[in-house]
Design a protein around this ligand. Sequence first.
Ligand code: LLP
Length: 424
Amino acid sequence: MNFFGYKNGELYCEDVKVRTILEKVGSPVYIYSARTLKRHYNVFKNAFVRTKPLICFSVKANSNMAVIALFSSMGAGADIVSGGELFRAVGAGINRKKIVYSGVGKTPEEIVYALAEDILMFNVESIEELEAVDEAAALMGVKAPVSIRVNPDINPHTHPYISTGMKKNKFGIDIRYAQEAYALAKSKHHIQVIGIDMHIGSQLTEVSPIVDALKRVQGLIKDIRKNGIDIQYMDIGGGLGITYKDEKAASPDKYAGAIERALKDFRGRLILEPGRVLVGNAGILAAKVLYRKQNGMKKFMIVDAGMNDLIRPSFYDAYHEILPVEKTQSRLFKQDVVGPICESGDFFAHDRSLPLLERGQAIALMSVGAYGFSMSSNYNSRKRVAEVLVNDKEYYVVRKRETNNDLIKGEGIPSFIKIRSKHV
Ligand code: LLP
């Protein structure tokens, strides 16, 4: 459930008209609902009331400082994958001892930064990374807290681009070699092994792949503990899916029940890294219709948002519901909803039944709170759009729309190039 809906034919976010935000902040604009974010966090947290895990919001899903700060104020930690995300998490008030650092390609500089910030743990994904973490910790005279991310070789039945726990994926250490990796980690002077980690994929609608992976990982934990290694934390990643169209995603209660049953013999603290399930349905992208046209039999609605603002349809062929911001006409026509970018892949929907909107009328792309703005880019030198957070009757611009000067920030023209007129 979320707090977007119609009142008298007008789309609202909580108690604010989407149209008002478009008028005041401009178009396109991402709009998030604080009430929905809080509700999702509480539902997720309450589902795990028995185990009371550490919930580390996966910052990559939505990296806006206000969103991170909101979760931080509710007690969440953060799952990060870069120095940039660490900077954001700490800046938004996340307790450093609730930060877990995942990712296959941490640079030496990022490792040093995370050690200096004294985070809870590194989720190490390869032997060479383990060595790099040990070296960095040795130079700093500290011990690095480490979990090893194992790849349990489970098919999560999701889109191939977001499946991460199969042998053929780049993530984690093959479970067959994990014990050796743990033995090596134990032998390193500047590594303190504290846990085990996995993450098998995203937008998972069934719980069975997670349960299967947990079984495999628990077998491994027994063997590791026999070797005198204390596994205090078990991080099982994120991945719980949401409903975009008609998917029947497992509820947080079902997800939690299955995990808690599978882990009933585990002694230690559970860590979760949810992203999409917390933020996905808490955000929309509102955009205005620029033009309409017809090529052959096909009708097009050209809007002012493009694939640079929301890449999920182009990249994963993802479905996002599209709603008119004002319900004016009821007759529906099949049409392609496309953006202004010079690529045929710049679309939001093909052959979608929608009313014929006029120029200047607006649509809302639904369920874009996860991997929406955070995957946006400046392609075609388009300014990244504003982000707004609604809280009851109030709304706040939590990221300003970029300007032309933002676009060229940091660029320079070397002196050997003679420019005729100086604009830069
Ligand atoms: N933990 C790790 C180690 C991850 O790699 C991810 C997501 C998460 C947690 C959070 O997963 P979630 O709960 O959001 O499923 N851009 C794609 C999704 C990529 C997911 C990457 N990893 C999309 O738009 O569908």
